[in-house]
Design a binder for this molecule. Structure first.
Ligand code: ZN
Length: 195
């Protein structure tokens, strides 16, 4: 799918300042927060001023995004990459576009490209919220692949689905494959970049 400079009311838009603090959330943010049942916690007035790190949660993912924000500012051009943000019932293929704005601010625009249902439900829990669950599994924040404890391979979440839904406690990070994938810059939104 080719990225375009068209905007959609469903897009989840977050604007950070030069220090990576959230200064604005717009468009689909409130709808997405409602869908997660977190509309009070993620109300725009609650998240404005927060450091992006507080919002992302995973330290590894945060370092990855900080590097991308730096790249976006230094190149002064929009960059994008695709990622997965699965729900318990659906594979959700997303794209994020980072666009430089005035005074070091960057707009992060998350867009749902398409989604398809899982055959069964994969029940993932945050390891730090459910310490009783055994295991130390890793989940990639960008492609949602999972590395089970004591295994070396990262597997697509759909390959872990069984007839008996099993609860998996995961810690989020970035898999080697996603880490090696560069952010793509594209000319379509270059014109709108701040000069
Ligand atoms: Zn990955």
């Amino acid at each position: 799918m080719t990225p375009t400079d068209q905007t959609s009311a469903e897009d989840i838009v977050v604007i950070v300042n030069a220090e990576n603090a959230i200064i604005e959330v717009a468009e689909g943010w409130t709808t997405a927060a409602k869908r997660q049942g977190a509309d009070a916690q993620l109300a725009p007035e609650q998240v404005k001023g927060l450091d992006l790190a507080d919002y992302i949660g995973s330290e590894v993912t945060c370092v990855y995004y900080e590097a991308a924000l730096k790249l976006c500012r230094m190149k002064n051009t929009a960059i994008c990459r695709e990622y997965r943000c699965d729900s318990p019932t659906h594979k959700r293929f997303m794209q994020v576009i980072l666009t430089p704005k005035a005074e070091g601010c960057v707009e992060m625009r998350h867009r749902l490209l398409h989604e398809s249902p899982f055959k069964q439900r994969l029940d993932l829990r945050f390891a730090d919220r459910e310490p009783k669950l055994k295991g130390f599994h890793l989940r990639c924040s960008l492609c949602n692949s999972i590395k089970l404890e004591n295994q070396s391979e990262w597997l697509a979440p759909e390959s872990l689905l069984t007839d008996q839904p099993q609860k998996l406690a995961v810690i989020h990070g970035v898999c080697p494959n996603c880490e090696a994938t560069h952010w793509r810059s594209f000319s379509l939104v270059k014109h709108s970049a701040h000069k």
